[in-house]
Design a protein around this ligand. Structure first.
Ligand SMILES: C[S@@+](CC[C@H](N)C(=O)[O-])C[C@H]1O[C@@H](n2cnc3c(N)ncnc32)[C@H](O)[C@@H]1O
Length: 197
């Protein structure tokens, strides 16, 4: 079993779960969560994003993942810190949101460009955009009025394409963090409906 540290808390990572990495921490550090907000932590993995949001003051947190083990892992981590307000749901992208809306949606998707999708936590398919694009298509329906969405991608996925898609939906977009890792840059974007900041 592996461990990681989040704001001084020691948390566990099960064997078949994505171990929090530079992308996870870059995203977590960029999150702005208002006290009492509701959160959708999509593709929760170890639970790092949802737990971070709870530590920042979020009141209700729905953690979703395709991977059952990830949900078990996230639940154990939230419990170990005595955090309340969590729900854990298995499902593909917004299917697990069950039509609900959230003040804050967070996603660190699988974004590695790949011919086939062998590893659910890493492989993003063609251009690394397959899961990211489905996410960008779907998140608006699940945002409360004035809600914000934070997500991460790689420069290898094409930043302009993301910006263009969001602009077409009449969303504002702000770069919150950027980090060079070997041959790519990881970027965290924050996005919200124009006129509703
Ligand atoms: C890069 S990992 C990020 C894990 C964690 N959120 C973090 O920041 O460390 C991507 C996660 O998304 C999950 N995932 C991949 N495709 C998904 C989908 N279509 N619907 C829900 N979860 C998905 C994976 O199982 C994995 O846990």
């Amino acid at each position: 079993m592996n461990f990681f540290f989040l704001k001084g808390n020691k948390l566990l990572v099960l064997e078949s779960v994505y171990p929090p990495s530079e992308d996870s921490f870059l995203l977590a550090e960029a999150i702005e969560a208002e006290k009492g907000c509701s959160v959708l932590d999509m593709g929760t993995g170890s639970g790092i994003q949802g737990i971070n949001a709870a530590l920042l003051g979020a009141k209700t947190i729905v953690c979703t993942d395709l991977n059952k083990e990830a949900l078990k892992n996230a639940e154990e981590n939230a419990k170990s810190l005595g955090l309340k307000g969590f729900e854990f749901r298995q499902g593909n992208l917004f299917e697990a949101a069950k039509g609900e809306k959230f003040d804050l949606i967070i996603f660190n998707p699988p974004y590695v460009p790949s011919e086939e999708k062998k590893f659910e936590d890493l492989d993003g398919g063609k251009g690394g955009r397959e899961v990211l694009d489905l996410f960008l298509e779907g998140f608006e329906k699940h945002l409360e009025k004035g809600g914000k969405c934070f997500f991460l991608q790689s420069s290898l996925n094409g930043e302009e394409e993301t910006i263009q898609k969001l602009e077409e939906k009449k969303f504002e977009i702000e770069e919150k963090a950027r980090k060079r890792i070997f041959f790519e840059e990881l970027v965290v974007f924050k996005t919200w409906k124009k006129g509703l900041k």
